[in-house]
Structure formats: C-alpha cells, structure tokens
Design a protein around this ligand. Structure first.
Ligand code: MF3
Ligand code: CO
Length: 264
C-alpha cells in the first residue's frame, strides 16, 4: 500500500529532508585525500544528534553506522572504516535520518581530487539521470516512467544501471511502497499523484550491472570491479510540483532552524 502524505506530513518530511541536506553539505568539504571514512561517519552522527535527529541506517537490519561510504567499485552499503581516502577515489556517501517520526534519505558521489574522464562522466551521469527521472514525477504518470527515464539517460552514456537495488517510497518508514527501479518500460506500476514521496536513487556502473556482496555481509560491489556512482534525493510531489526535500540549499525545507545554519 502506498501512503500518500498530507500537508502536515509533508511539512514534517521537509524538516527531515532539510537535516539530511544540511549534513551532506557539511560533509562535502570533508571528503578529501587523507580522510578516514570512519571520520566522516563520526561527523555525520554527531551532527545528526546535535540537530535532534536519529541516524536512520544505524541498527537498520543490523547496519552498524550512520553513513554508507562506498569507494570506487563499491556501489552502496560500504562500511565506514579506518580506510583512508586517496586522490583519484570515487566516493559515494549515503545518509538518512529520522526526525519527528519521518525519514529523509539522500546520497552523493564525489571525486577525491583529480579523477579520470570516465569517473567524472559517471558521477555527472548519476545526478543527471536522477534529474531526468524527477522530470517524469508528475501527476498522471506512472512510477515506471521515472525508471525508464533514468535508464535511458544512463545507457545513453554507455553506462549500466544496477538492477538488484531500487529506490523506494519513504515516510514514517525508511522503505515504503512503491519500489522505484532504475530501469524498466514506461507506463507501468502505480499512478503518480500528489502526496507521493519517493527516494529516487540511481546506482550506476561504468561496466556491467552485476553485483557481488563482500564478506562483510554489506558492501555491494560491481562484479567486474568497474567504478560505480550513486545519487539520491527524497522527493515529494506537492501542490507546488516536485520538491527536493533533501536539497543542500535548503530549498526543500520550511524549518526555521535549518535556515539559521551558517553556510559551510
Ligand atoms: N539509502 C539506502 C536505502 O535507501 C540506505 C540503506 S542502508 C542500510 O536503502 F544500512 F540502512 F540498510
Ligand atoms: Co534510499
């Protein structure tokens, strides 16, 4: 069952998304050569709690951390560790919070220093394909219209879409219906209407789409060890159209405390 959100629920989701966007914005300058992925995680957990929120992932099915930090061929669910980031790494950071009973969830992929042209295009394509998907999140369309738009924009660059993980509805649960695959034929699945809130999250690879899970039980890597990228936002369809609730410029939030945060 899809839970369409009321205006009051959307207000609360804006606050959760605002915290996610704010902390991701603060993390951005910390993603640099020499940083340990565990340091990023510690920063995110401290800020989450300072802002009165709870890390959404920590404890979720036993997940041990606040962030997922996935480097190079790691696609998602990379575990923060003493691993040191190096020039040329491609780093995906996935982050969610629970605040006032509602979840926010978003991910970014960054280059550490200079990376090659394929890595740069892969990172750009993950975000661009997300935007092509959001353009299809309009009243009367169907969920798979989003999926098809993401897929065609990724494949137009010669990259592939990961199939074994999908985006999702989000609200009082981190994962709600509907599932939002990043591939598929248009015109299928539930109708999109006002009050729908989705975590749209293309996960893409420079090579093939097959996935392997490492021995830690979490980290998903490309089977061919090609580079991967991930981009995610919590997006609502409201009376004002699509709103990116987890935007880093705070455009999705109406929450006063967020607006008071100094720009990083
Ligand atoms: N953004 C991911 C998702 O939507 C985060 C889940 S990580 C987990 O599923 F550890 F919580 F599973
Ligand atoms: Co998600």
């Amino acid at each position: 069952m899809i839970v369409y959100k009321t205006e009051d629920e959307l207000r609360r989701l804006r606050a959760s998304g605002g915290i996610v966007g704010l902390v991701l914005r603060e993390l951005r300058p910390l993603v640099k050569a020499g940083a340990r992925t565990a340091d990023l995680d510690a920063y995110a957990e401290r800020r989450t709690r300072e802002l009165g929120a709870k890390p959404a992932f920590k404890g979720y099915r036993g997940y041990p951390a606040t962030l997922c930090v996935s480097v190079n061929e790691e696609i998602i669910h990379g575990l923060p560790s003493p691993r040191v980031l190096r020039e040329g790494d491609v780093v995906s950071i996935d982050f969610g919070v629970l605040y006032d009973g509602f979840y926010g969830d978003a991910a970014r992929t960054y280059a550490v220093g200079e990376v090659g042209p394929v890595a740069r295009n892969l990172i750009r394509t993950a975000e661009a394909s997300f935007r092509r998907g959001v353009e299809r999140m309009v009243e009367g369309n169907r969920v798979s219209d989003i999926s098809a738009a993401v897929q065609s924009s990724v494949e137009a660059q010669g990259f592939s879409v990961i199939r074994s993980f999908v985006g999702h509805g989000i609200g009082q649960a981190l994962h709600e219906e509907p599932q939002v695959p990043n591939f598929g034929f248009p015109g299928r699945g539930p109708k999109i209407r006002r009050g729908l809130v989705l975590a749209i999250e293309p996960m893409i690879a420079a090579g093939d789409w097959e996935v392997e899970i490492l021995a830690d039980g979490w980290t998903a890597v490309t089977r061919d060890r090609s580079l991967a990228a991930h981009y995610e936002e919590t997006v609502a369809l409201t009376a004002r159209g699509t709103e990116i609730l987890s935007a880093e410029d705070g455009s999705g939030t109406t929450d006063a405390f967020w607006k008071e945060q100094p720009h990083a």
